[in-house]
Design a protein around this ligand. Structure first.
Ligand code: CP
Ligand code: NVA
Length: 311
């Protein structure tokens, strides 16, 4: 029996290592089926509501195309156009949408809003990014790393930059799969302590090592995978200039990656800012797998949709 059916995907922390590996295996299987044009219409007649309170290219398109490829249908709902934008509660929105659709994906600011939606919705709720977490992105990242490195456990991943949503979900993703992770961020922008504590608890079982430092050179030393993300996330546009100065020593460029493993791969969830968090030579160079990573959003999320929503 599929233990994921009917569940929500709010955080990777809520899943066992076995469940995460199962999602990745299933994603690889669905990816192969799609490439070979083998039928995999697992969600015929099913509908996914997608609520967006922030911009999106990859999340929107990959969920919408994914639902279509699975034989279902997706609805793009701009939060500002919903009654939610005029004060209807999250609870009522969740209860109402559940009478029409088979699943809800939401991209918003507060993680607590996603949790509240999940509490009141009678259908699976999927976190399509909050200020705190970005679990779907990290499933795609893990799939990409596995494809390029042939394994996850025992690899070293270095994350440089802001201790943000992507960094938090990477902490969980690495802790759950036995990857060692070193995060380097400036003082004041380190990852959330509660998240780090929860990830360290996850890491006990898998023996994943978690290092949090302010030293980018230390983090990158010997890394098999180097990751960064935008310095000013959605909602932080006014801090852009201040952050650009503070984060400058954390740019992923040829100088810093000279300390990584010779065959390191570079990941970035995109959108990227060349000359800020990453140099053009790295993101457009031989080590970069960012477009495989973007493609894998589709395959990883199809696995999630299938496991959570299929009969
Ligand atoms: N990586 C990612 O989530 O991209 P979008 O913001 O375009 O969805
Ligand atoms: N940290 C970024 C990720 C974008 C996909 C943001 O929240 O804007």
């Amino acid at each position: 029996k599929n233990a994921l059916k009917g569940r929500d995907l709010l955080s990777l922390h809520d899943f066992t290592p076995g469940e995460i590996n199962y999602i990745l295996d299933y994603a690889a299987e669905l990816k192969q089926k799609q490439k070979e044009k083998v039928d995999h219409q697992l969600l015929k007649g099913k509908t996914l509501a997608m609520i967006f309170q922030k911009s999106s290219t990859r999340t929107r398109v990959s969920f919408e195309v994914g639902m279509y490829q699975l034989g279902g249908h997706a609805l793009y709902l701009n939060a500002g156009d919903l009654q939610l934008g005029r004060g209807e509660s999250i609870a009522d929105t969740g209860r109402v949408l559940s009478r029409y659709v088979d699943g809800i994906m939401i991209r918003t600011f507060a993680q607590s809003d996603v949790a509240e939606l999940a509490e009141y919705a009678g259908v699976p709720v999927i976190n399509g990014l909050t200020d705190l977490l970005h679990p779907c992105q990290i499933l795609a990242d893990l799939l990409t790393i596995r494809e390029h490195k042939g394994k996850l456990a025992g690899l070293k991943l270095a994350y440089l930059g802001d201790g943000n949503n992507v960094c938090h979900s990477l902490l969980f993703g690495c802790a759950k799969t036995g990857m060692n992770i070193s995060v380097a961020a400036p003082e004041g922008y380190l990852p959330d302590e509660e998240i780090v504590t929860a990830a360290r608890a996850d890491a006990v079982e898998t023996k994943s090592e978690i290092v949090i430092t302010t030293d980018p050179k230390e983090a990158v030393a010997g890394a098999d995978v180097v990751v960064t993300d935008v310095w000013a996330s959605m909602g932080q546009e006014s801090e852009q200039q201040v952050r650009a100065n503070i984060f400058a020593p954390y740019q992923v460029n040829a100088r810093i990656t000279a300390g990584a493993a010779p065959d390191f791969i570079f990941l970035h969830c995109l959108p990227a800012h060349r000359g800020e968090e990453v140099s053009g030579e790295i993101i457009d160079g031989a080590h970069s797998v960012v477009f495989d990573e973007a493609e894998n959003r589709l395959h990883a999320q199809k696995a999630v949709l299938g496991l959570l929503m299929a009969d």
